[in-house]
Design a protein around this ligand. Structure first.
Ligand code: AP5
Ligand code: MG
Ligand code: ZN
Length: 215
C-alpha cells in the first residue's frame, strides 16, 4: 500500500496515518514529525525548519523534498508507506511522482480527509502531543488515561507552538493557497478518494479502509 493523506491542519492525518500504517503493515512517514524530531535534537535541519514551523508557513521545497526523498529510499519503504503532510505544494507533488517513477513504486491512492474550518480549529486548540514519541491526543475527543502523560511511552504531553490560535489561522491560509490545489492534481490522475473527516476517529478509519478496498 502506497498512500498519501491530504487535508487541512488538524483534520486528523496523523491520527489516521498511525492506524492505517499499522493496518497495512507499512511505515508512517510524516514530514512534520521529521522536522519536529530534528528540532528536538537541535540539528541544523531542525533549526532551519523551526522559523517556518513557528510562523505557520511552509519549510522551503528545496529542504523538504530532499528530506522525504532520503526517507523513501530507505529499505522499509519498499513495502509501502502512508505519507502524512507531504506533498504540500505542486512542486513537491511533481518531485514525488518523479521519485516514485524512478523507484518503480507508483502511488496507489490519495485520501483527502475533509472537515470544516471550525471543526479543525477546535481539534487543534486542544491537541496534546507526546514529546518523546509524537503520539497525538485531544483533551476532549481522545484524552490520555493519565492527564499530561503519554499512554504509549509515558512521555510528557505538550502543546505544539504552532497550535496557538494566530498560527493556526496562518496554517489554514497556507493550506488553501499551497496545498488545496493538490486535490485537483490527484483527482485528474484518477488517484483521489474523499472521506468525511467530521466523524469519530474510528468511523473515519473504517470509511478510509472501505473506500480504499474498492480502488
Ligand atoms: P504537520 O505536522 O504536517 O502539521 P499539519 O499539516 O498542520 O497537520 P497537523 O499535524 O496539525 O494535523 P493532523 O491532520 O495531523 O491532525 P491530528 O491527527 O494531529 O506540519 C507542521 C509544520 O511543519 C508545517 O506548518 C510546516 O511548517 C512544516 N512542514 C511539514 N511538512 C511540510 C512540507 N511537506 N512542506 C513544507 N513544510 C512542511 O489531529 C488533530 C487533533 O484532533 C488531535 O488532537 C486529535 O486527537 C484530534 N482528532 C483527530 N481526528 C479526530 C476525529 N475524527 N474526531 C475528533 N478529534 C480528532
Ligand atoms: Mg499531523
Ligand atoms: Zn509517547
Amino acid at each position: 500500500m502506497r498512500m498519501v493523506l491530504l487535508g487541512p491542519p488538524g483534520v486528523g492525518k496523523g491520527t489516521q496515518a498511525v492506524k492505517l500504517a499499522g493496518y497495512y503493515g507499512v511505515p508512517h512517514i510524516s514530514s512534520g514529525d521529521m522536522f519536529r524530531e530534528a528540532l528536538a535534537k537541535g540539528t541544523p535541519l531542525g533549526l532551519e525548519a523551526k522559523k517556518y514551523m513557528e510562523a505557520g508557513t511552509l519549510v522551503p521545497d528545496s529542504v523538504t523534498i530532499g528530506l522525504v526523498k532520503e526517507r523513501l529510499e530507505l529499505p522499509d519503504a519498499s513495502r509501502g508507506f502512508v505519507l502524512d503532510g507531504f506533498p504540500r505544494t505542486l512542486r513537491q507533488a511533481e518531485a514525488l511522482d518523479e521519485l516514485l517513477a524512478q523507484l518503480k513504486m507508483p502511488l496507489d491512492v490519495v485520501v483527502s480527509i475533509e472537515a470544516g474550518r471550525d471543526v479543525v480549529v477546535e481539534r487543534l486548540v486542544a491537541r496534546r502531543t507526546c514529546r518523546q514519541c509524537g503520539a497525538v491526543y485531544h483533551l476532549k475527543f481522545n484524552p490520555p488515561a493519565i492527564s499530561g502523560v503519554c499512554d504509549r511511552c509515558g512521555g510528557e504531553l505538550y502543546q505544539r507552538a504552532d497550535d496557538a490560535e494566530e498560527t493556526v489561522r496562518r496554517r489554514l491560509e497556507v493550506y488553501s493557497k499551497e496545498t488545496e490545489p493538490l486535490i485537483e492534481y490527484y483527482r485528474s490522475r484518477g488517484l483521489l478518494i474523499s472521506v468525511n473527516g467530521e466523524q469519530d476517529i474510528e468511523d473515519v478509519f473504517e470509511a478510509i479502509k472501505a473506500r480504499v478496498a474498492q480502488v
